[in-house]
Write a new protein. Sequence first.
Length: 299
Amino acid sequence: MSDRSAALLSNNFIYSAMVIYALAFLAHAIEVAWSVKTPEITVRKTKLDFSKTERIGRLGSAFMLIATILLFAGVIFRGISANRVPWGNMYEFSITGALSFSIAYLFALAKYKMRWLALPASISILITLGTAVTLLYRPSAPLVPALKSTWLVIHVSAAIISGGVFLLANFIAGTYLILDRYEQKGSRPIWLQKLPTLESLDNLSYRLIALVFPLWTFSVIAGAIWAEAAWGRYWGWDPKETWAFITWVAYAAYLHARVTVGWRGRKAAWLCLLAGSTFLFNYIYINIWGTGKHTYSGL
């Protein structure tokens, strides 16, 4: 297979994935909208019937799975077209990051029955892929010399997986804050009554961060080792290095606050969002507008 045909296949798989993600979003939107019916007052309780939209919800989950498989194929063929791992510029980081987030969502769906998260997850993936193909796309090209290393696979794969799980935890923390605000005012709206309890959301966000924090720690250390091999120093306070460390400190503070100080609920959710914002700042701002030795966005 020629590089050109592999690149074309990659593009087609990614476009197809976007279509299926859009169908998943539509299916889950219908599931949420049609699950709400006029409340029936029985012994002064409001009852909702979600059974009518169970089939469309399952269809939405199937669409998410199919779209993830198509996106995976798109990432693989992007790598084949360039004869390297597909992590050489911002476009490739974005499509792989969207894949990581999608896989993290499917894992949470299978283990924790989190279909309620499909709406924000699918629209976030669509925005990421849409930005990638319209603004960030660059033709396949060889790696710059500094990236030609085995550490590219080790360091970047760990960072991408960590980022996908971190962002999933942030979505859950954001959901917690929204529900908490409604419950402070009295009760949840009808269309939010199917979501888990606040305690469940709080614990799940913590578990995801605790699970992936060691991998992020490894990613930072691996990056320092790679920097020594490439530039002759382990750490140089390059903007990307600095913000990676800030993200590490922020999530370490979150875990420390949970374990030793006992922060839970609202405080923990805000701290989780703060930590996630440092990751996003590094990913978006530093990659596109930052300067230093890590400017590989290709823009």
